[in-house]
Write a protein that binds this ligand. Structure first.
Ligand SMILES: [Zn+2]
Length: 283
């Protein structure tokens, strides 16, 4: 398995397995922009695969994680050293979460933001061609982090370039840098991220280089899951102890489906109509 950036890292926690075989068995695939995005987005998929021999979780981080803010013990780290720290943190998450494979493509963020960038396209195409996941977890199109939206678009380009019969059955866009609580309920997909709470917290806390400076992504992500579960319905008790909201992007991956812009504009329009209708009803 050879990726375009010489710094790309392929890690298979079970050292007895070849990378291609590990990727082939992946049933739940998450592709995120940065180290730690997978653990914020796809705890539900990680839990789905734990202890189930018929399922396997695969993680892909597209960028190299350069340029992240650093503080505390990491304040004096060079870019180079920070990249190594982040790579190792992601490997540790893969070990702890028992992922089948963890790929870090190590692309500069600027390359990912270029539509059709040859190296990014080739790498994502190789990954999607090398497995047949039931579900793919991606960033959501209303995320406010530029690199997240760019990674989503590169992934959708790669999926659409596959023959129709080889495209993933289900493609979900998950919340990270903008919650998806605003989606009208009919457009929401509830991912059960309340299972394995101790593991979930540990997986988030592994990314010490991101949280030790005072950004407690670990506590925030777990708190958001709890808040989502509680504020989902006002008249019933919580059936799940944690929810990560997602939107079903599968229509965008199908021939003749909406473009990402059309799809997302329609979601925002439905929110607007929902808000306006409630105000009108009681005015
Ligand atoms: Zn990110």
């Amino acid at each position: 398995m050879q990726f375009s950036n010489p710094r790309a890292d392929v890690f298979v926690p079970d050292a007895t397995r070849a990378p291609a075989a590990a990727l082939l068995g992946v049933t739940h695939l998450c592709i995120g922009a940065h180290q730690d995005d997978i653990e914020i987005m796809a705890q539900s998929g990680i839990s789905d695969c734990l202890g189930n021999p018929k399922r396997a979780f695969g993680g892909v981080v597209v960028t190299n994680g350069a340029g992240s803010p650093r503080a505390g013990a990491y304040a004096s780290f060079s870019d180079e050293r920070m990249l190594e720290v982040r790579r190792e943190e992601q490997r540790e998450a893969a070990r702890l979460g028992r992922y089948a494979i963890q790929i870090q493509l190590a692309h500069p963020s600027a390359d990912v933001k270029r539509p059709g960038h040859a190296g990014v396209a080739r790498d994502l195409s190789e990954i999607f061609s090398g497995c047949a996941p039931e579900v793919v977890y991606l960033h959501n199109p209303a995320d406010k982090h530029d690199t997240h939206v760019a990674v989503l678009q590169r992934c959708l380009e790669a999926i659409r370039s596959l023959p129709a019969g080889r495209r993933p059955a289900r493609v979900l866009g998950c919340e990270v840098w903008r919650d998806l609580d605003w989606l009208p309920d009919a457009d929401k997909v509830a991912l059960d991220s309340g299972r394995d709470p101790e593991l979930a917290l540990k997986l988030l806390a592994i990314f010490d280089s991101q949280i030790s400076g005072g950004k407690r992504y670990d506590l925030a992500a777990v708190g958001r899951r709890k808040a989502n579960a509680t504020f989902h319905t006002s008249h019933s008790t919580d059936s799940l102890s944690g929810i990560t909201w997602a939107v079903d992007l599968t229509p965008v991956t199908r021939d003749g489906g909406p473009t990402l812009a059309e799809f997302t504009s329609a979601l925002v329009a439905r929110l607007g109509a929902d808000v306006a209708l409630r105000i009108k009803n009681f005015g």
